[in-house]
Design a protein around this ligand. Structure first.
Ligand code: CUA
Length: 180
């Protein structure tokens, strides 16, 4: 049987398994099993696949929590859209809102301090991708996604959206500062 031409006999699925075909099925299966084992391995021993927690929360309730932190710990504003730069105390809960099409507010964290970073969406699915680090977390509406983070490098980091969310998806970027 050729892989390019259509099968000469129409009831092709009754043919015995070809050796090459069987080899490829076996290779694919072995690869699947390998990845199946490696996913938990990378979670425990790698630097990716963060442990996150998810809690149900209404978007309005989440927004109120984020607003309370912004009201209390804003240290300055940036850009002509007056984004608040929020410097919450080390070790505290910090909130980031994803919505069409922005990340709000700008967080300013301290190096080597651990925070509980909360992420939620006000509308539909977005993706939190921290640049140039390799951190990706899906951000759902109605869920408070929490990750414990400890920044190990100071500097300005970019946040981009990595789930397609409409016409403004490519402009949905934010910022996160880590200071000494
Ligand atoms: Cu938000 Cu793409």
């Amino acid at each position: 049987m050729s892989a390019i031409l259509p099968p000469s006999e129409r009831i092709w699925w009754n043919h015995p398994l070809d050796r090459v075909e069987g080899t490829w099925v076996a290779l694919a299966l072995i690869w699947c099993l390998f990845m199946f084992v490696m996913m938990p391995y990378w979670h425990v021993y790698g630097k990716q696949n963060l442990s996150n927690e998810a809690y149900k929360i209404a978007p309005e309730a989440y927004a109120a929590k984020a607003q309370a932190v912004v009201d209390k710990y804003t240290v300055r504003t940036e850009t002509d859209r007056q984004y608040p730069v929020v410097h919450p105390p080390a070790g505290s809960d910090v909130y980031l809102i994803a919505r069409l099409w922005e990340w709000w507010p700008i967080l300013e964290l301290e190096k080597d301090k651990t925070y509980r970073l909360h992420l939620s969406s006000m509308d539909w699915l977005h993706g939190f991708s921290l640049q140039p680090e390799n951190i990706n977390i899906q951000v759902h509406p109605g869920y408070d996604m929490v990750v414990n983070i400890t920044p190990t490098d100071a500097g300005a980091f970019g946040i981009v959206c990595n789930e397609y969310c409409g016409i403004g998806h490519s402009t949905m970027s934010g910022k996160l500062y880590v200071v000494e």
